[in-house]
Design a protein around this ligand. Structure first.
Ligand SMILES: [Zn+2]
Length: 88
């Protein structure tokens, strides 16, 4: 596992999120890989699950995402956040 995520739920929202990155696994990451990793983990922090059927930020596998140029949230990711919180 690359990272771990802890969330504390109070009522219908999270009031605490902690993203822990294992230095050992990311020490040789290129900047773009770290960017993809952090955006992915922030997606989890917002409540998104994995989406492995498309090339999106919530797809598992940071190296594969990086190789496909997926460093930032894609339309499907943004739609997922909109479904949770509303808005476009
Ligand atoms: Zn994940």
């Amino acid at each position: 596992m690359w990272t771990s995520l802890r969330r504390a739920r109070t009522g219908s929202y999270f009031d605490y999120v902690e993203i822990r990155i294992n230095d050992y696994w990311v020490q040789n990451f290129l900047t773009g890989m770290t960017r993809s990793l952090m955006n992915h983990e922030l997606g989890h922090a917002l409540g998104l699950d994995h989406e492995n059927d498309e090339w999106v930020i919530m797809r598992q596998g940071v190296v594969d995402r990086y190789d496909h140029g997926i460093l930032t949230p894609q339309d499907d990711d943004e739609e997922g956040v909109a479904m949770i919180y509303g808005g476009d």
